[in-house]
Design a protein around this ligand. Structure first.
Ligand SMILES: [Zn+2]
Length: 341
């Protein structure tokens, strides 16, 4: 455990990649984590790269620890290849440590947690909450499920590389995106039918490998936290307020759609004035849609103090006209007025 005088620390547990949720919501939003430092929100991020990580020397049925290491390396390479961001990670070695111990080393690997019957994996942080710096991150993958590292995926088994990409997105500081849609299955539970973000909290069905590839929403999030040199002058942002009856709306889902590229990127209003900002956007005109998170499990997206203030009683609303995102700057501020259902 790293010791630092005078620094408060806390562990933040992010439950991820649920198997089934009793809801669906079509929308987009990436979210990065932040911690309140004095009056500003500091991003949760690593201050030094590469992130050095260990792999628990323990496989599971169908996956050896070496295969786990290789799948993790592929997932990290995928994040590293995002052209507008700079992140890196380095495999240090195998370890006998458990991937949920606060021991000063970043460990990922399998644990048997049959009690967590919907959780495929979880990323656990230790954060310096005076600066937002990530001090340690561990990721466990639940060996109570069937896993595969087959290159084309495998029927009846979850694709390990896909779930590692999701969890290592958390490791770098990304929160959940709400860009996805699920449907009820005949036997109960829900199946993801579409997701425009690897950081969507619910996994695709077994056999599906499409979450090996980040989408626009994931890329925007990573690029906001770790921008490549020059990216901030070539990208722009869009910001404004969501109001209802003249009052700010908390927890509204704001989605920016770029009709030229088809990219969907989003965020949430996070204060009582209803302010939102969507950053790391390619310049150009955008269509903006605002919707309530009325079918979501809110704790996948917000902390407890925010959940109590989230307003889901309003209708899906498009802003009239385009919002133009300039290179290297922000849009004209604008207000989206929504109405109660
Ligand atoms: Zn997650």
């Amino acid at each position: 455990m790293r010791q630092r005088t005078g620094i408060r620390r806390r562990a933040v547990i992010i439950l991820s990649a649920m198997l089934a949720l009793g809801q669906s919501w079509p929308a987009a939003a990436y979210q990065t984590y932040g911690v309140q430092v004095d009056s500003r929100l500091a991003p949760v991020k690593w201050s030094g790269l590469p992130v050095r990580y260990f792999v628990a020397d323990r496989g599971t049925t169908g996956v050896t620890s070496s295969q786990f290491r290789d799948a993790a390396a592929r997932a990290f390479t995928t994040w590293q290849n995002v052209a507008t961001a700079v992140v890196s990670a380095q495999f240090v070695g195998f370890t006998l440590a458990e991937p949920d111990e606060e021991d000063g080393q970043n460990t990922m690997g399998f644990l048997s947690r049959p009690d967590l019957e919907r959780v495929l994996g979880t990323t656990n942080y230790l954060i310096d909450d005076t600066t937002g710096e990530i001090l340690e991150a561990d990721i466990f993958f639940n060996s109570a499920f069937q896993w595969s590292v087959a290159s084309a995926g495998e029927s009846g088994k979850f694709d390990l590389e896909s779930i590692i990409l999701h969890e290592t997105g958390h490791l770098f500081g990304l929160g959940h995106s709400a860009l996805g849609e699920t449907e009820l299955q005949a036997g109960g539970g829900r199946r993801v039918i579409a997701a425009e973000a690897v950081m969507f909290p619910i996994a695709f069905s077994t056999g599906n490998i499409s979450d090996r590839t980040p989408r626009a929403d994931d890329i925007a999030g990573l690029s906001e936290i770790y921008p490549k040199t020059g990216f901030s002058s070539s990208s722009g942002s869009l910001s404004g307020r969501v109001t209802k009856g003249g009052q700010g709306v908390v927890g509204a889902h704001v989605v920016a759609f770029n009709p030229a590229t088809g990219a969907l990127v989003g965020n949430f209003t996070l204060d009582r004035q209803g302010h939102f900002t969507i950053s790391s956007l390619a310049p150009g005109p955008y269509i903006v849609r605002v919707e309530p998170l009325d079918d979501a499990e809110l704790d996948s997206f917000f902390d407890d103090s925010t959940i109590s203030e989230v307003d889901i009683d309003f209708r899906v609303t498009f802003y009239q006209g385009f919002i133009v995102v300039p290179p290297g700057g922000g849009s004209q501020p604008f207000e989206v007025q929504v109405m109660a259902k």
